[in-house]
Design a binder for this molecule. Structure first.
Ligand code: SAH
Length: 228
């Protein structure tokens, strides 16, 4: 890495600290995962700016502050089994993989998922399993194997008014889910802590802008345009 590239990384990390990211694990994951590998070639110059960027197919890579804030709110440990809904380009997946035992990630758009998997493999990220499916249904039983319940669940597309119940049911007691909730233009990032089987502590984190959660698997680029 040249000096200029290293300086850009350090500037972003200092900015994240000023904006309330204090978890040293999260800061080091944000410093080490090469965000430029997740953005189109003509945008690599802006990869270390604190901005969401377009990644094609009408989708965006989330803003670094939002990725860091969501990761911090999950209070990850290297023993955690994490479920992620909305793989997108795989950037958040790479950060989660750095901070947890294993990440199970679901994306509804097959082409995006395949690209993300290739990118993560080329970056030598190995502790993840990816699936094309509707994440609102949670992780399915595959060949008789149950992966649920999960220690942590993160959703990077917005729910209308509350977490999908099939998904929330896959959270362990004591586990944490982070998810944007609300209509476009008034979404709030929320943290749900499952204290017991029937009590939840909910905290608002910050206003955010995410694409909505949509049903069904797709491999159509037109469908993606409808998502934005
Ligand atoms: N996590 C990404 C950003 C994801 S953008 C990052 O690190 O930058 C949101 C993604 O959620 C899109 O790719 C969209 O296709 C996906 N998505 C929307 N609804 C979904 C659903 N029901 N199941 C799985 N993925 C979904």
């Amino acid at each position: 890495m040249n000096t200029q590239a290293a300086n850009k990384r350090i500037r972003l990390i200092m900015h994240l600290r000023q904006r309330g990211i204090t978890d040293t694990g999260v800061l080091s994951a944000m410093e080490r995962v090469p965000r430029e590998a997740f953005v189109p070639a003509h945008l690599t110059d802006q990869a270390w700016e604190d901005m969401a960027l377009p990644i094609g197919l009408g989708q965006t890579i989330s803003q670094p502050l939002v990725v860091a804030t969501m990761s911090q709110a999950l209070e990850l440990s290297d023993r955690d089994k994490v479920l992620e809904i909305g793989t997108g380009c795989g950037y958040q997946t790479a950060i989660l993989a750095y901070l947890s035992r294993r990440v199970y990630t679901i994306e509804r758009h097959k082409a995006l998922l395949e690209e993300a998997e290739e990118r993560l493999h080329s970056l030598k990220v190995r502790n993840f399993t990816a699936l094309a499916a509707d994440g609102m249904m949670g992780w399915p039983v595959i060949n008789g194997i149950h992966q649920a319940p999960f220690d942590k669940i993160i959703v990077t597309a917005a729910a209308r008014d509350k977490p999908p119940s099939a998904l929330y049911n896959q959270l362990k007691v004591g586990g944490v889910m982070v998810i944007p909730v609300g209509e476009p233009g008034e979404q709030m990032l929320r943290r749900y802590k499952k204290e017991t089987e029937d009590s939840t502590v909910i905290r608002d984190i910050m206003p955010v802008r995410f694409v909505p959660l949509l049903p069904h698997v797709t491999d159509s680029a037109n469908d993606m345009k409808a998502v934005v």
